[in-house]
Design a protein around this ligand. Structure first.
Ligand code: FAD
Length: 310
């Protein structure tokens, strides 16, 4: 059995593995795809001390750092169920999709999240070529350009306010007949001179040429009329979905499906910790996920020494 078994091999899982292995305890990582979301990222410019890198390079560095220690990496393994220990200090079991199962004295859940797609023509084609999901990450790439934000909830309206300070013009498109964000955000948004808001508007296509975005189309749901907005970037802000379906009923989740954790990364299940985008941690970023992974590993180690199992 492992001392610490980490499920998920993104920045949170890799950081947890390095921190756990450095304690000299038996550490394993099972991940569907080692590297996680950074595999799908083009430029990364906000991981402090790394001026600029790209996703695949960052993912390779995560794996190399983890492999420098005695960590059992089980890549391409999907976890399907978590079975808590039946007695204090007992083993926790994780069932895998391949039919196997792993046992450990402590478990760190770091299965990340995925951005919800709008699923219109052009979205997949121009991902990272004008279609973006993270204003903190990619906002500066559109300095002085025109962008749209799809989604008028809190994250969409926050993104539009944030982007309005960086880009030339922001068009916000919301499907419902009004913005769902908090009133204070909506009034801030409406006060900005370089923002146009369309409600009751259905995004129908992201258009492009020469391999990059050049516009988006939306339909006015009242009149049925279609509009084309010329622009260089589209930020999709219709939700971040945590990869926690498999934990429903075992670990306490928020109403958004995020694993509820405290400041030390404890979940409600003894010996089970969590870190990164799959949790209630505020702000979903690489540097934050990595820090949370370190926290969870140190808490798992603390749990092991206090329960006398290591
Ligand atoms: P993830 O990176 O999502 O990793 C989750 C891991 O869990 C993966 O290994 C996955 O395969 C695995 N997994 C999931 N379910 C299971 C399961 N059931 N069983 C086993 N394994 C499972 N952040 C920045 O700070 N800067 C940026 O520039 C930036 N750009 C981004 C661009 C894009 C296009 C995207 C999508 C995200 C970007 N982010 C950026 C956000 C950043 O990638 C995430 O905050 C970060 O990767 C979260 O790390 P994580 O380890 O919590 O989860």
């Amino acid at each position: 059995a492992f001392d610490v078994l980490i499920i998920g091999g993104g920045p949170a899982g890799a950081a947890a593995a390095v921190y756990a292995a450095r304690k000299g305890i038996r550490t394993g990582v099972a991940a569907e795809r080692f590297g996680g979301q950074v595999n799908d990222t083009l430029g990364i410019e906000n991981y402090i001390s790394v001026l600029e890198t790209d996703g695949p390079k960052f993912a390779a560095a995560l794996e190399a750092h983890t492999r420098a220690y005695d960590v059992d990496i089980m890549n391409l393994q999907r976890a399907e169920a978590l079975i808590p220990a039946t007695e204090p200090g007992g083993l926790i079991e994780v069932k895998l999709a391949n039919g196997g199962s792993l046992r450990s004295k402590s478990v760190i859940l770091s299965t990340g999240a995925r951005w919800r797609n709008v699923n219109v023509p052009g979205e997949a084609e121009y991902k990272n070529k004008g279609v973006a999901y993270c204003p903190h990450c990619d906002g500066p790439l559109f300095k002085g350009k025109r962008v749209s934000v799809i989604g008028g909830g809190n994250s969409g309206v926050e993104a539009a306010i944030d982007l309005a300070g960086v880009v030339q013009h922001v068009t916000l498109v919301e499907f419902a007949d009004q913005l769902k964000a908090d009133a204070v955000l909506v009034s801030k948004l409406k006060s900005l001179p370089n923002v146009t808001i369309h409600t009751n508007a259905q995004t129908t296509e992201i258009t492009g040429a020469d391999g990059k975005v050049n516009g988006m189309k939306f339909k006015d749901r009242a009149s049925g009329q279609e509009h084309l907005v010329p622009l260089e970037g589209v930020f999709v802000q219709i939700g971040l979905v945590p990869n926690t379906d498999w934990l429903k009923g075992t670990v306490e989740l928020s109403r958004f499906g995020e694993i509820e954790i405290d400041a030390k990364g404890h979940t409600n299940v003894p010996g089970v910790f969590a870190a990164g985008d799959c949790t209630t941690v505020p702000y979903k970023q690489i540097v934050i996920a990595a820090g949370a992974g370190a926290t969870a590993a140190l808490s798992a180690f603390d749990h092991l020494i206090r329960s006398g199992v290591t």
